[in-house]
Structures are given as C-alpha cells and as structure tokens.
Write a protein of this length. Structure first.
Length: 146
C-alpha cells in the first residue's frame, strides 16, 4: 500500500500532541513526510484542522496558536500531503450513504473516487468498522499501515 488518505483525527493527533512520539499516528505521518507513502487529505479536512487550531484556548482563554503558527504548521503539512477536492460528487455520494456521521461518509466518497488512494487511515474504530462491509476502499488504523 502506497497511497493513503489521512483522516483529520490523524493530523490532530500529531499537531495537538495528543499521542506520544511512538504512537502509530506519529510514526505514519513521519513516514509520509519521508516519502514512504503518498499522503492525501481533503481541502476541508485541512481547513477543519486549521479551524480547530484557531479555536484552541488555554485556561486563561488565550489563543494557543497564533495565525502565523497555524499557517506555518499547515504549510509544513502540505509539503508532503496532497490536497484532493471531493467537490459536489463527494458530498452527493456521502449523503447517499445515509450514515449518521456525514463527515466520514463524505470523506469515504471522496477517497473512494480518487484513482490512486488505496485506504483511509483513521483512529476512528467506528469508521473502520463501517467500511469493512463496503465494496470499495477501507478505513484502517495507522498500525495496519506501518
């Protein structure tokens, strides 16, 4: 497996330091950065990450990230993560799946329609389970890739 879609939660684990350095999310992102895998994500996943970074506040309600830090961090990500545009087709396909988690459905539809993407890498066990029954690509844990 060479071409993988990186789910938002994977990027959040790394950017927000939610996991230790030896966690599969961090290891996989490093391997993508080193060129072992070709990583993809959607434009809206990156925008969601940027929004979450922008909204994060400390105990005194001060910004944790400055606008410049957010742009620098996401700028680093797009040096090794290719942004895909799912467009109307991904939204229509995702909505047609009638999943309660419409974000996962849209991500699935966008990644499944891409000619190179072989799997969606996520820490979301429910997402992984839902895709096992589908004929297209699967959502898998980062440990399965590394």
């Amino acid at each position: 497996m060479k071409h993988i879609y990186i789910d938002t939660n994977m990027m959040m684990n790394v950017v927000f330091n939610r996991v230790p350095d030896d966690h599969p999310s961090v290891i996989l992102m490093r391997r993508c950065q080193q060129g072992h895998f070709t990583a993809y994500t959607s434009e809206w996943c990156l925008m969601t990450l940027m929004y979450m970074m922008d909204q994060l506040r400390d105990k005194e309600d001060r910004r944790v990230w400055t606008k410049q830090e957010i742009m620098k961090q996401t700028g680093k990500l797009i040096t090794f993560v290719t942004l895909i545009n799912g467009g109307n087709g991904a939204f229509a396909g995702g909505f047609a799946m009638e999943w309660a988690d419409w974000e996962d459905a849209i991500i699935y539809a966008a990644a499944d329609a891409h000619p190179l993407i072989e799997a969606i890498v996520t820490n979301d066990a429910a997402f992984q389970k839902r895709t096992r029954k589908l004929p297209g690509i699967k959502a898998i844990a980062p440990a399965e890739v590394i």
